[in-house]
Design a protein around this ligand. Sequence first.
Ligand SMILES: [Zn+2]
Length: 159
Amino acid sequence: MFASKIRDINSQTANTSSNFERIKGLRLQRLKSFMSCMNGIKINLLMNNTPKKIRDYWEEDPAMRCDRHDEGNCAGRLSKEHALIYAGKQIQEIWAILDICAFHHEVDQYAGSGGMDKKKHEWIAISRMATSDFIKYPRRNWRQDLVLLESIYGRYSQQ
Ligand SMILES: [Zn+2]
């Protein structure tokens, strides 16, 4: 169908080959954006169709599941979330980088419509800090912030 349309355009604009090239270019651009859109839909369908057996396996393996899996509404791929900013930069430490599903990170198809809770992510990260980490990053009162966050979310226990 696409090829026949190109042939139609070709016959209509045979007198000006540069015009044809311009239209062909525009058509190809549109086709490319359509194809990438279709790919996005295909990926979403694949994720939604992940067999329960595999999703259960992810749930059982702490390394393969969202750090907020206890909320029970995880969806999409697992992504990395830098939960803490220090001196204007993301803290690059194991305890500060969370495994968060696409839904709870509001990425992919959940952008702007997921269950992002930045404060909760901070609570998880700060709860994972050791005393030596408090000392390594002295410009923020971590203990005070943790007390505040625990008043909202309770005491964190690594699951
Ligand atoms: Zn999640």
